[in-house]
Design a protein around this ligand. Structure first.
Ligand code: MLT
Length: 263
């Protein structure tokens, strides 16, 4: 995986495929670009696929600051400028969706299309933000094994496949406690993106796992209804990570959307 320098911190990203159109994949917390393995395989014959690891997650180096959506958007714009990407279909899953909202506010012209997957527009409540701070402290004290124990059952459907459990635990294990804490602290400070929904004017797809307990389908239906012309797909047999738990159905929804975009 190549890297780009962000003022002393090295950000790793994946850049594969040879198509003219770019798809930018923004990962969930506390995973990394590796969560997109099945999508990269399906998309790269037709598209150039770019997928970063956020600081301290995957192979990207941690840094001292919180991973606010503002800071991550700065990172991405530096990366995209460096690799000469001016337009992309942006796919954000959960935290990746929070980041996609921020990017949209900054640079709507970047967006050829948007896929919002298992995400929500709202900001945290004060209790939610306090819970993230407690999680950040525990992650720093107790380490990634604890993070995996806490997060894996929330990310997957009830009674998940053993293979999905081990994939998710392995992805979490590739990060750092500092990166997990920075992401939690950054998400706690994210703004309310609800007003952004009405401003989105690019083709938009909303995807949600039918058994997602973190961002339930009812919330995705509401979000899709607030974006002009958005299509909604509910993926059966999946929780919060339909790209991992039901990759065929997820890829079919994503490729059908991307392949149908106006040239
Ligand atoms: C994620 O999957 O990125 C997280 O569940 C997002 C969050 O904690 O709000």
């Amino acid at each position: 995986m190549p890297t780009t320098d962000l003022g002393g911190t090295r950000l790793h990203y994946l850049d594969s495929g040879s198509g003219r159109e770019v798809v930018l994949l923004l990962h969930a917390f506390p995973l990394n670009a590796g969560m997109w393995a099945r999508q990269v395989a399906a998309l790269s014959p037709r598209y150039r696929v770019v997928a970063p690891d956020y600081p301290g997650l995957g192979k990207s180096e941690p840094r001292a600051e919180s991973s606010t959506m503002d800071a991550l958007a700065d990172d991405l714009l530096t990366l995209l400028g460096g690799i000469r990407v001016e337009r992309a279909a942006v796919v954000g899953l959960s935290m990746g969706g929070y980041l996609a909202f921020e990017l949209y506010r900054r640079l709507p012209g970047l967006f050829r299309a948007l896929a919002l997957c298992d995400t929500r527009p709202g900001a945290d409540t004060p209790e939610g933000a306090a819970g993230r701070e407690a999680f950040a402290k525990s992650a720093l004290e107790k380490g990634l094994h604890w993070v995996a124990d806490e997060m894996t059952p929330k990310l997957l459907r009830p009674h998940p496949d053993a293979a999905a459990v081990s994939t998710v635990r392995a992805l979490i294990g590739q990060g750092t406690p500092a990166g997990v804490a920075a992401a939690q602290r950054g998400m706690a400070r994210r703004p309310d993106s609800t007003p952004t929904l009405a401003a989105i004017s690019c083709p938009t797809l909303v995807v949600v796992g039918a058994e997602d307990g973190l961002t339930p389908p009812a919330e995705s239906r509401k979000m899709a209804a607030a974006v002009k012309g958005a299509k909604l797909v509910e993926v059966p047999g999946a929780g919060h990570l339909p790209n991992i738990e039901s990759p065929e159905a997820y890829n079919q929804a994503l490729l059908g959307f991307l392949d149908g975009l106006p040239q």
